[in-house]
Design a binder for this molecule. Structure first.
Ligand code: UGA
Length: 442
């Protein structure tokens, strides 16, 4: 909405939330207290906040005055009951829709922005149809931005997708995007295609990562180098080089949830083979995470008891403080179970977050091991038997291995699960090195 307000000074945008605390945070001009960290967001906010982007507290009033309402609520995976662990929990979208039905006036265009299961618009139609005498049109306008590059993705999108069955409503939303997006990049479709396209895009991206991670393991076993394979394979235009970097498995709030959603949908329509195909993408991702911890234990002589590991990076990827589904969670839990002492460094993730994920929400508290959060990379490596890189933060690219190696216990290891650091410098300091997807057979 901030980016939209930036490009469309003629629009008056009001962002509302049921959480007063959240709205207060968005109104706070102190950038450190914004609810999310996103590069470039502060600059855009500085231009539009109070001009044509507002964070009011009156939810009903804002809906009442709006010509267009964007529903951007959370759709987590259901935890209990029918479809638990796979289906999307539509509680929030339903609540929001009920409130719109109750208070909207005249003719309102309701836009789905959240990632939703196919045919959610049907649910919205039924709820909105309950309002008396108002006219609603429903559009699906899923977003394709990724965290860490959200502002850039919105300012210069590969495409904008607008799905709907009412051409007038589609034209109105398309006209807004046309303020900054080339018309050739604005795709219009029916409602169901737009809803399914979003899930499919994420499922294909997740599948690419599971595919390259499976090949990375094969490279390690055969003496091949996954970077070389990636370059050779990715230069085929039909495949492409992007989104083929191996890693400790994909994380984030979207991929696992959306692939599960697709599995649930396939099962709902009795397409069991389709469900099994997509389930394997998730299974391979869990395997990718656990194999990292197993490989570490193996290299550290079969036990982590009384061993200290520096863990560099806890966020699910660089340039975000988001830890949802981060591969670091499963990997650190495994290491703790094996008795390790972890010194965790991440430039943006708080101790409270780490504590919550490794202790409070851990399925079964770690039976042994302990952890701390450390501010500097070098202090995290103090007395360490191994350094484990889990997130590709820019500051890990060029580490001072001479200083780090001098503080480590020997034989010291560096495990680079992102292929993002200057590993040859570490080797030159006498450290043992392992990187994902690099085989050692000549
Ligand atoms: C993802 C999609 O990329 C967005 O297009 C989509 O809009 C968004 O979900 C959403 O549904 O809201 P996001 O989850 O923010 O975006 O992050 P990604 O950049 O897709 O990264 C996901 C995971 O894959 C990360 O853990 C990342 O480290 C990993 N990854 C990514 C790799 O391991 N290798 C790669 O080559 C790329």
């Amino acid at each position: 909405m901030a980016v939209m307000a930036d490009y469309c000074p003629g629009l008056d945008i009001h962002v509302v939330d049921v959480s007063q605390h959240r709205i207060d945070a968005w109104n706070n001009i102190d950038s450190a207290s914004l609810p999310i960290y996103e590069p470039g967001l502060q600059e855009v906010l500085n231009r539009v906040r109070g001009r044509n982007l507002h964070f009011p507290t009156d939810v009903s009033g804002a809906i009442q005055r709006a010509d267009m309402v964007f529903l951007s609520v959370n759709t987590p995976t259901k935890r209990n009951g029918h479809g638990a662990g796979a289906a999307a929990d539509l509680t929030f979208i339903e609540k929001a829709a009920r409130q719109v039905a109750e208070v909207a006036r005249g003719s309102t265009i309701v836009v789905e922005r959240s990632t939703l299961p196919v045919r959610t618009a049907d649910v919205l139609r039924k709820i909105l149809g309950q309002g008396s005498g108002h006219h609603f049109e429903i559009l699906s306008n899923p977003e394709f931005m990724a965290e860490g590059t959200a502002i850039e993705d919105l300012q210069n999108p590969d495409r904008v997708l607008v799905g709907g069955f009412c051409s007038q409503a589609v034209a109105e939303l398309t006209a807004i995007y046309a303020n900054w997006v080339d018309p050739s990049r604005i795709i219009t479709t029916g409602l169901w295609s737009a809803e399914l396209a979003k899930l499919t895009a994420n499922a294909f991206l997740a599948q690419r990562i599971s595919s390259i991670n499976s090949i990375a393991a094969l490279c390690e076993a055969t003496g091949a180098d996954v970077d070389e394979v990636r370059r050779a394979v990715g230069s085929d235009r039909r495949i492409g080089c992007e989104f083929l970097r191996p890693g400790p498995g994909f994380g984030g709030s979207c991929f696992r949830k959306d692939v599960h959603n697709l599995i649930y949908l396939a099962e709902h329509y009795s397409l069991d083979q389709v469900a099994a195909y997509w389930r394997s993408v998730i299974d391979l991702n869990s395997w990718s995470q656990h194999r990292i911890s197993q490989m570490i234990v193996k290299n550290l002589f079969g036990t982590l008891r009384d061993k200290r590991l520096a863990v560099l990076g806890f966020a699910f990827k660089a340039d975000t403080n988001d830890t949802r589904e981060s591969p670091a969670i499963a990997i650190c839990r495994d290491l703790l179970h094996d008795g390790a002492t972890l010194s965790i460094h991440d430039p943006r993730v708080s101790f409270d977050d780490i504590q919550r994920l490794l202790v409070t929400e851990a399925e079964g508290r770690p039976t042994s091991g302990c952890f701390e959060r450390v501010d500097g990379v070098v202090s995290a490596c103090e007395g360490a038997d191994a350094v484990l890189i889990l997130t590709d933060w820019a500051q890990y690219r060029d580490l001072d291995w001479a200083t780090i190696a001098a503080r480590m216990r020997r034989p010291g290891w560096v495990f680079d699960t992102r292929r993002c650091t200057n590993l040859s410098d570490a080797a030159a300091q006498g450290l043992e090195t392992w990187q994902i997807g690099l085989g050692e057979l000549a």
